[in-house]
Write a protein that binds this ligand. Structure first.
Ligand code: PNS
Length: 163
Protein backbone atom coordinates (compact mmCIF):
# COMPACT_ATOMS: atom_id res chain seq x y z
CA UNK A 1 0.00 0.00 0.00
CA UNK A 2 1.36 3.39 -1.02
CA UNK A 3 0.96 5.87 1.85
CA UNK A 4 1.66 9.61 1.61
CA UNK A 5 1.92 12.08 4.48
CA UNK A 6 0.84 15.71 4.00
CA UNK A 7 2.30 17.65 6.94
CA UNK A 8 1.49 21.20 7.93
CA UNK A 9 0.20 23.59 10.55
CA UNK A 10 -3.31 23.77 9.03
CA UNK A 11 -4.19 26.71 11.30
CA UNK A 12 -6.82 26.59 9.82
CA UNK A 13 -7.11 24.38 6.72
CA UNK A 14 -7.82 26.37 3.52
CA UNK A 15 -9.16 25.50 0.07
CA UNK A 16 -5.53 25.43 -1.08
CA UNK A 17 -4.78 22.58 1.34
CA UNK A 18 -8.03 20.83 0.34
CA UNK A 19 -7.02 20.85 -3.32
CA UNK A 20 -3.61 19.28 -2.58
CA UNK A 21 -5.15 16.66 -0.23
CA UNK A 22 -7.76 15.69 -2.82
CA UNK A 23 -5.26 15.41 -5.66
CA UNK A 24 -2.90 13.35 -3.46
CA UNK A 25 -5.78 11.05 -2.48
CA UNK A 26 -6.15 10.13 -6.15
CA UNK A 27 -2.44 9.29 -6.52
CA UNK A 28 -1.85 7.30 -3.32
CA UNK A 29 -3.69 4.41 -1.64
CA UNK A 30 -3.82 6.27 1.64
CA UNK A 31 -3.13 9.89 2.60
CA UNK A 32 -2.38 10.97 6.15
CA UNK A 33 -2.98 14.67 6.77
CA UNK A 34 -0.61 15.38 9.64
CA UNK A 35 -1.20 18.35 11.92
CA UNK A 36 2.33 19.13 13.11
CA UNK A 37 2.53 20.96 16.42
CA UNK A 38 5.08 23.73 15.98
CA UNK A 39 6.09 25.23 19.31
CA UNK A 40 7.55 28.35 17.60
CA UNK A 41 4.13 29.44 16.42
CA UNK A 42 1.21 30.92 18.33
CA UNK A 43 -1.73 29.09 16.77
CA UNK A 44 -5.37 30.21 16.68
CA UNK A 45 -6.67 26.61 16.90
CA UNK A 46 -5.47 23.81 19.20
CA UNK A 47 -4.08 20.73 17.43
CA UNK A 48 -7.22 18.75 18.30
CA UNK A 49 -9.48 21.50 16.94
CA UNK A 50 -7.49 21.49 13.71
CA UNK A 51 -7.77 17.69 13.45
CA UNK A 52 -11.56 17.86 13.95
CA UNK A 53 -11.96 20.62 11.34
CA UNK A 54 -9.92 18.67 8.78
CA UNK A 55 -11.84 15.46 9.56
CA UNK A 56 -15.12 17.24 8.89
CA UNK A 57 -13.85 18.86 5.68
CA UNK A 58 -12.41 15.63 4.22
CA UNK A 59 -14.98 13.11 5.42
CA UNK A 60 -16.12 12.26 1.86
CA UNK A 61 -12.62 11.09 0.93
CA UNK A 62 -12.37 7.50 2.18
CA UNK A 63 -8.61 7.05 1.92
CA UNK A 64 -7.76 10.26 3.81
CA UNK A 65 -7.04 10.07 7.54
CA UNK A 66 -5.98 12.80 9.95
CA UNK A 67 -3.39 12.64 12.71
CA UNK A 68 -1.52 14.98 14.98
CA UNK A 69 2.19 14.89 15.90
CA UNK A 70 4.82 16.90 17.74
CA UNK A 71 8.06 15.21 16.69
CA UNK A 72 10.37 15.07 13.72
CA UNK A 73 8.40 14.50 10.52
CA UNK A 74 10.62 11.72 9.15
CA UNK A 75 10.17 9.65 12.32
CA UNK A 76 6.42 9.70 11.75
CA UNK A 77 6.85 8.92 8.04
CA UNK A 78 8.99 5.89 8.88
CA UNK A 79 6.58 4.72 11.60
CA UNK A 80 3.57 4.64 9.26
CA UNK A 81 5.61 3.22 6.36
CA UNK A 82 4.89 6.15 4.03
CA UNK A 83 6.76 6.40 0.74
CA UNK A 84 6.09 10.11 0.14
CA UNK A 85 5.78 13.48 1.82
CA UNK A 86 3.44 15.63 -0.25
CA UNK A 87 3.68 19.43 -0.23
CA UNK A 88 1.83 22.11 -2.16
CA UNK A 89 3.96 24.81 -3.75
CA UNK A 90 2.34 28.18 -4.27
CA UNK A 91 5.02 30.29 -5.86
CA UNK A 92 8.69 31.19 -5.80
CA UNK A 93 8.35 32.37 -2.20
CA UNK A 94 7.59 28.83 -0.93
CA UNK A 95 10.38 27.22 -2.86
CA UNK A 96 13.52 27.97 -0.85
CA UNK A 97 12.07 26.84 2.48
CA UNK A 98 10.42 23.74 1.02
CA UNK A 99 13.56 22.79 -0.91
CA UNK A 100 15.61 22.97 2.29
CA UNK A 101 13.04 20.89 4.22
CA UNK A 102 12.97 18.29 1.44
CA UNK A 103 16.77 17.94 1.54
CA UNK A 104 16.83 17.61 5.34
CA UNK A 105 14.08 15.00 5.20
CA UNK A 106 15.80 13.05 2.40
CA UNK A 107 19.04 13.03 4.38
CA UNK A 108 17.31 11.91 7.58
CA UNK A 109 15.12 9.27 5.91
CA UNK A 110 16.19 8.45 2.33
CA UNK A 111 13.37 5.94 1.74
CA UNK A 112 10.72 8.67 1.42
CA UNK A 113 10.43 11.09 -1.49
CA UNK A 114 9.13 14.63 -1.16
CA UNK A 115 6.57 15.21 -3.89
CA UNK A 116 5.74 18.82 -4.73
CA UNK A 117 2.39 19.62 -6.28
CA UNK A 118 1.80 22.96 -7.93
CA UNK A 119 -1.11 24.76 -6.35
CA UNK A 120 -4.07 25.36 -8.64
CA UNK A 121 -3.97 28.91 -10.02
CA UNK A 122 -7.22 29.82 -8.22
CA UNK A 123 -5.56 29.07 -4.86
CA UNK A 124 -2.19 30.67 -5.57
CA UNK A 125 -2.67 33.49 -3.07
CA UNK A 126 -4.35 31.57 -0.23
CA UNK A 127 -2.69 31.17 3.17
CA UNK A 128 -3.92 30.34 6.67
CA UNK A 129 -2.45 33.61 7.97
CA UNK A 130 -4.28 35.64 5.32
CA UNK A 131 -7.56 33.90 6.18
CA UNK A 132 -7.00 34.62 9.90
CA UNK A 133 -6.41 38.32 9.28
CA UNK A 134 -9.46 38.72 7.06
CA UNK A 135 -11.70 36.83 9.53
CA UNK A 136 -10.36 38.85 12.47
CA UNK A 137 -11.73 41.97 10.79
CA UNK A 138 -15.11 40.31 10.40
CA UNK A 139 -14.98 39.86 6.63
CA UNK A 140 -16.36 36.86 4.75
CA UNK A 141 -13.89 33.96 4.31
CA UNK A 142 -16.26 31.54 2.58
CA UNK A 143 -14.27 31.67 -0.68
CA UNK A 144 -11.09 30.61 1.10
CA UNK A 145 -12.02 27.72 3.44
CA UNK A 146 -14.22 24.62 3.07
CA UNK A 147 -17.91 25.59 3.29
CA UNK A 148 -18.71 22.84 5.83
CA UNK A 149 -16.35 24.34 8.45
CA UNK A 150 -16.50 28.01 7.47
CA UNK A 151 -18.88 29.08 10.28
CA UNK A 152 -16.84 27.24 12.92
CA UNK A 153 -13.63 28.91 11.78
CA UNK A 154 -15.28 32.32 11.59
CA UNK A 155 -16.81 32.00 15.06
CA UNK A 156 -13.50 31.13 16.65
CA UNK A 157 -11.54 33.86 14.93
CA UNK A 158 -14.13 36.46 15.87
CA UNK A 159 -14.12 35.20 19.47
CA UNK A 160 -10.36 35.66 19.59
CA UNK A 161 -10.77 39.24 18.45
CA UNK A 162 -13.10 39.92 21.37
CA UNK A 163 -10.79 38.44 24.03
O1 PNS B 1 2.14 24.53 7.29
P1 PNS B 1 3.57 24.80 7.64
O2 PNS B 1 3.68 25.59 8.93
O3 PNS B 1 4.34 25.43 6.51
O4 PNS B 1 4.24 23.35 7.91
C1 PNS B 1 5.61 23.21 8.24
C2 PNS B 1 5.89 21.79 8.74
C3 PNS B 1 5.00 21.46 9.92
C4 PNS B 1 5.60 20.81 7.62
C5 PNS B 1 7.40 21.71 9.15
O5 PNS B 1 7.67 22.71 10.08
C6 PNS B 1 7.78 20.35 9.74
O6 PNS B 1 7.92 19.38 9.02
N1 PNS B 1 7.95 20.30 11.09
C7 PNS B 1 8.30 19.08 11.83
C8 PNS B 1 9.75 19.11 12.33
C9 PNS B 1 10.67 18.57 11.24
O7 PNS B 1 10.62 17.40 10.93
N2 PNS B 1 11.47 19.44 10.59
C10 PNS B 1 12.28 19.08 9.44
C11 PNS B 1 13.75 19.04 9.70
S1 PNS B 1 14.43 20.59 10.12
Amino acid sequence: MRVAVIPGSFDPITNGHMDIIHRASMLFDRVVVLVVVNTDKNPAFTPIERVLLIEKATKEWDNVIIDCYDGLLVDYVERVGACAIVKGLRAVSDFEYEFQMALYNKKLYPKAETVFMTTSPKNMYLSSSGVKQIAAFGRDISDFVPKVICDEIMQRLNQKKGE
